[in-house]
Design a protein around this ligand. Structure first.
Ligand code: 3H9
Length: 678
């Protein structure tokens, strides 16, 4: 029998000191908390009656890692850090066991790696997400993990930065066991085992690879990540640190890791990514009281994922409606989709099932889960099925009269406390609210295409939308794992209003003779996944023209290139021609191909409008476009449409592919002094 399987005698139980991490809400290992923890560890080490130490968490998790707030200013000279706590564990002759429940992230996982054994509950989640903050694991993670699971697997784990389940962590060898029942009992049993420091092991590359493969694995890793100057700085440094784990003795590797970490903490990309981290956490804090905790003060953190939204209705079975329904089903909320058009319903049914089957093929869902999710979406033409829904999202054709009619109908059918939401991207929420007897429970929920994938949700507050309704919307966003951003009820809300100006600025440059291909290339170089013209082609030039017309006369450009393209049925990717050409043989018809005919059209229209050609440098092109975004962002802040610059940044990072290592347009402008073009 393995010593740890023997029944625990009470004498052994008494000899194990349990240290519980307790720093709400997420047991962050701040300097102040580390000082306390270190004192507790020293006391346990000095106590002869204590033979082993179990470290566990409270508040439903082990630890979220270092306190990110501590990185925002210079480290105080006497600060106690996770590294000091880990050094004390490392130096002790007593056995340490980490008993892991819930999230065990960043410095929290590194702390557990300094222990001799790790046991976890089945629902634990383990990860080293530092890369997402533009950092690397800086408390020994880059040195211990390659020694524990091999450099190749460690690199993959740390470069991804996402957390894994306890089951996967066990497979990888990060934890020793999943506790079948009482976690602490299992941890105490493990504490009977011998001392076994990871730091004393030799790093390996992988079980199936000899040490000679190290240079190859390292070179491959460098090739796979983005260039240093374009979002890859932390990744390259992380790979350097792992290389040190393979090549150098442990203490030298640790010194290297610390140096690299300290460089990254001060780097521009990390500052920007940390801004995004904090901005995300501000989103639901609404001055005037709409945050969840203010509206529902009696509910504790753990109760956030409460009941309350047990059924959702979606009106409209088009692309948007189907995507929204999938998003809810993925969050475990039953949905009913209502549409009067049988053909649309059949198509939506196929889209939804096709999506779930695709996820099965990709190994993301089991057959059974896919079937269950499919079953949680009901399709019907009977509006009465919406009567017991808690939230109903309207996703019909973008036309005010059509939507008004839908809201009148919904108000009559939905239960009195139900929330009615519109997925409009431009229309007036108040006009829809006025059609109902519950304007306090009407708002906009603006999903982005594809709604089941895009992580952004604009929550649009009408004049009478109540704080409770807004709070419920934020709660819903959280359940959908989307970033909910509050927007005022103004044309295009935040994201589309700004993108409109950005696209206009791109057109203005094209009128001055800069080719669409060059403008797109400059913005891609900056880090956007595509440039403004390819983006317009993707969303459809007919859509763009309709939005331009809806925006009013001040939005009409100096030339009518857009109108001419639409007239010529060049509607974008869907017609294989727009600002660019597309060819099925090139990138499956999605790769924009430069089209001299469009460049000529710009030149011709510019001549007619008396616009002289001008030379621009790449930097000027970039600044012109970013400047347009920022100028509109500032206006939206002034008008109160957006609450904070950080909210705008989140909209752009999560909704429009703004490179997160530049922090979002408002952050970038504030730190890079972009000339603002009104
Ligand atoms: C690190 O560890 C570096 C080391 O390698 C090296 C050191 C030398 N720090 O997200 P929530 C706050 S880097 C400070 O709404 P959830 C958060 O701001 C760290 N604060 O909850 C919020 O505050 P408020 C690597 C933190 O249940 C509150 O906690 N670790 C931290 O949806 C609740 O957060 C990470 O990157 C933190 N580390 O999700 C993990 N974490 O209530 C980052 C949270 O005032 N954290 N807060 O708004 C997370 O991923 C999620 O917060 C977590 C909980 C999954 C833990």
């Amino acid at each position: 029998m393995n010593p740890s399987d023997a029944p625990l005698d009470s004498a052994w139980g008494d000899a194990v000191r349990v240290l519980t991490l307790d720093n709400p809400p997420v047991n962050a290992l701040s300097f102040a908390y580390c000082a306390k923890l270190l004192a507790e560890l020293h006391a346990a080490h000095a106590d002869d009656a204590v033979q082993a130490i179990v470290i566990t968490g409270s508040h439903g998790l082990f630890s979220a890692g270092a306190d990110v707030n501590d990185f925002q200013s210079e480290m105080p000279p006497n600060a106690v850090t996770i590294r000091d706590v880990i050094a004390a564990i490392e130096a002790s002759v007593k056995v340490h066991v980490a008993a892991i429940e819930g999230n065990c992230l960043g410095g929290g996982l590194e702390l557990s790696l300094a222990c001799d054994y790790r046991a976890a509950t089945a629902d634990a989640k383990l990860g080293l997400p530092e890369i997402r903050l533009g950092l690397l694991p800086g408390a020994g993670g880059t040195q211990r993990l390659p020694r524990l699971i091999g450099a190749r697997a460690a690199l993959e784990f740390m470069l991804k930065g996402s957390s894994v389940s306890a089951e996967r962590a066990l497979e990888l060898g990060i934890i020793d066991e999943i506790a079948p029942s009482d976690l602490l009992e299992r941890a105490k049993a493990l504490a009977k085992g011998p001392k076994r420091r990871i730091s004393e092991r030799q790093a390996i590359i992988a079980k199936d690879l000899p040490m000679q493969a190290a240079p190859y694995v390292v070179a491959q890793a460098h090739k796979m990540v983005p260039p240093e100057a374009n979002g890859g700085l932390a990744a390259h440094k992380l790979i350097d640190a792992v290389q040190a784990a393979v090549e150098l003795p442990f203490s030298f590797g640790i010194a290297r890791e610390s140096r690299l970490f300290d460089e990254l903490v001060r780097s521009e990309p990390s500052l920007a990514l940390r801004h995004v981290f904090f901005a995300e956490r501000e989103l639901s804090k609404i001055p005037g009281g709409s945050s969840f905790d203010e509206v529902y003060p009696e509910r504790s953190r753990g109760a956030r994922d409460d009941k309350g939204i047990e059924k959702v209705g979606v009106v409209g079975a088009g692309t948007m409606g189907s995507g929204i329904a999938i998003a809810f089903a993925q969050a475990g909320i039953p949905v009913v989709i209502v549409d009067n058009n049988d053909e649309a319903v059949d198509k939506a049914r196929q889209t939804v099932m096709g999506m779930f089957m695709y996820q099965v093929q990709m190994g993301r869902l089991t057959q059974e889960e896919a079937w269950k999710r499919g079953q949680s979406i009901q399709f019907t033409d009977d509006w009465k099925e919406l009567a017991d829904a808690d939230v109903i999202v309207e996703a019909v054709f973008e036309n005010l009269d059509v939507k008004r009619e839908v809201f009148r109908k919904l108000d009559a059918i939905a239960k009195p406390q139900a929330i009615l939401a519109s997925n409009t991207s431009t229309l007036d929420i108040d006009a829809l609210a006025r059609e109902t007897k519950r304007p306090d429970r009407v708002l906009g929920l603006h999903f982005f295409v594809p709604a089941n994938i895009m992580p952004l949700l604009e929550i649009v507050r009408g004049t009478e939308t109540s704080p409770e309704t807004i709070a419920t919307a934020f709660r819903l966003a959280k359940k959908l794992r989307k970033k909910g951003v509050l927007s005022g009820n103004a044309f295009g809300f935040i994201g589309n209003r700004m993108i409109f100006d950005y696209v206009q600025a791109a057109n203005a440059l094209a009128e001055e003779g800069v080719t669409p291909a060059r403008i797109d290339a400059v913005m891609k170089e900056f880090g956007f996944p595509m440039g403004p013209f390819a983006m317009s082609d993707l969303s459809g030039l007919d859509v763009g023209l309709a939005v331009q017309k809806a925006a009013g006369p001040q939005a009409i450009g100096r030339t009518n290139v857009l109108e001419r393209l639409v007239e010529a049925k060049r509607l974008g990717q869907k017609t294989m021609a727009g600002y660019f050409k597309y060819d099925k043989a090139v990138g499956k018809g999605r790769e924009p191909i430069r089209d001299p005919a469009v460049e000529e059209m710009f030149a011709e229209e510019a001549r007619k409008a008396g616009i002289a050609p001008r030379e621009y440098s790449d930097d000027e092109i970039r600044d012109r476009l970013l400047g347009a975004l920022v100028a509109r962002g500032e206006k939206l802040l002034e008008e109160g449409v957006a609450l904070r610059p950080g909210d705008i940044d989140i909209v752009y990072v999560y909704g429009y592919g703004f490179p997160p290592h530049h922090g979002g347009p408002m952050w970038y402008a504030a730190h890079q002094r972009v000339p603002v073009h009104a």
